[in-house]
Design a protein around this ligand. Structure first.
Ligand SMILES: Cc1ncc(COP(=O)(O)O)c(C=O)c1O
Length: 372
């Protein structure tokens, strides 16, 4: 049996006609840059997140970068970033000339450890970027308390969390995208909501931030040839928006299918020596990735998967503080023990809408037989 790590074909086949129609409509209008579908998708995505504003940008990375600029982050500032994330989170901070300051993660949720946060705060700290890693939200209730106490800004990195919701108190659940000053989403093709190229979105409830980002993403423009600030070319193109509008209608169902697949994996892997994902009571989980931990023989298991026709990936094998790109920050091995340990133990198993029960059973069986 073959179990690819991800199967986009099977998802696209189901909506092939709708996709073709959406693309054809753009070709007919030729409004390729900031066209009708971009504006409509922004409205629809804002509604999906229950946010006041959404601004389409060229990528999730740009979403974080432009978000930081809109908050006034600059050289000399420090921004707290979890050590265990995709490098784009930290890169976006570096683009502003501010310094990313890494923070270790919680061993159960794999998200930034709120117990380590306070220790990392200095006079220069201006913001934190909690990453909702693998589809589960960071501990936003605690992070909101800390940022309120220290007067810090929050940029949610929601690249992997389209539709995750968070319990703020006994009465209130909020979607990612509205839990800080602003949030950045990625529409990289493999994301839960993915386009057919790069794309991203910033959401916010703050009108001033909204207006600033409208300028920043489009050459500082306030009207056709009136440019009030130095901005960037970071627009979500109309074709991507048209495709994403079709896919947005399916995201709730797609997330539900992922949750069902995760439940099945959980059951099948119970009482084995792999650690299955932990779900905190303050967040839902939309399983952008289904990440297990294995205490030993990880590389052998990865090779065994390959032999058995199973796709798997290690998200992420190198902690940010040990990346060559951040050598200049002078971190060393041992600085963030939990991230370092997890980087040695995690494996992401295949999960995507329409993966079959048989495929999941085959993956689980392969793991059990391997460790028998
Ligand atoms: C956690 C996280 N942050 C940021 C990004 C960057 O998004 P993009 O690839 O759209 O620039 C990604 C995408 O892979 C991500 O997973």
């Amino acid at each position: 049996m073959k179990v690819p790590f991800i199967d986009l074909k099977i998802q696209h086949q189901k909506i092939n006609q709708e996709l073709k129609k959406a693309i054809a409509a753009v070709l007919k209008r030729n409004d390729f840059i900031l066209g009708q579908d971009t504006a409509l998708f922004e409205q629809e995505f804002a509604k999906f997140c229950l946010a006041k504003y959404a601004i389409g940008v060229a990528s999730g990375t740009d979403g974080i970068f432009l978000g930081l600029l809109a908050l006034g982050i600059k050289q000399g500032d420090e921004v707290l970033v979890p050590d265990f994330t995709y490098i784009a989170t930290a890169n976006a901070v570096s683009y502003t000339q501010a310094k990313p300051v890494f923070v270790d993660i919680d061993e159960k949720t794999y998200n930034i450890d709120v117990k380590c946060l306070k220790k990392a705060i200095t006079k220069r700290t201006k913001a934190i970027i909690p990453v909702h890693l693998f589809g589960q939200a960071a501990n936003m209730p605690e992070i909101q308390k800390i940022t309120a106490q220290y007067g810090l800004k929050i940029i949610e990195d929601a690249a992997q969390a389209h539709g995750t919701s968070v319990k703020l108190n006994d009465r209130q659940w909020h979607n990612t995208g509205t839990l800080g000053d602003l949030a950045a989403f990625s529409f990289y093709p493999t994301k839960n909501l993915g386009g057919m190229g790069d794309g991203g979105m910033i959401t916010t409830n703050n009108e001033r931030i909204y207006k600033k980002i409208l300028m920043l993403r489009d050459c500082g423009r306030v009207s056709k040839y009136d440019h009030q600030i130095i901005g960037y070319n970071s627009r979500l193109d109309t074709l991507q928006a048209a495709i994403l509008r079709v896919k947005l209608k399916k995201i709730a169902f797609g997330n539900q299918l992922r949750q069902e697949s995760a439940q099945l994996y959980n059951q099948l892997l119970e009482n084995t020596n792999v650690v299955t994902p932990f779900c905190a009571d303050f967040s839902s989980h939309i399983y952008h990735a289904y990440v297990i931990r294995v205490k030993n023989r990880r590389n052998e298991l990865l090779a065994h998967f390959k032999k058995k026709g199973i796709g798997s990936i290690v998200y992420y094998p190198i902690p940010l503080h040990l990346q060559g790109a951040y050598k200049n920050l002078n971190y060393k091995k041992g600085d963030f023990p939990i991230t370092e340990k997890l980087a040695q133990e995690v494996i992401s198993l295949p999960i995507y809408p329409y993966i079959s029960k048989k495929q999941i059973e085959y993956v689980a069986q392969t793991i059990k037989e391997f460790y028998r």
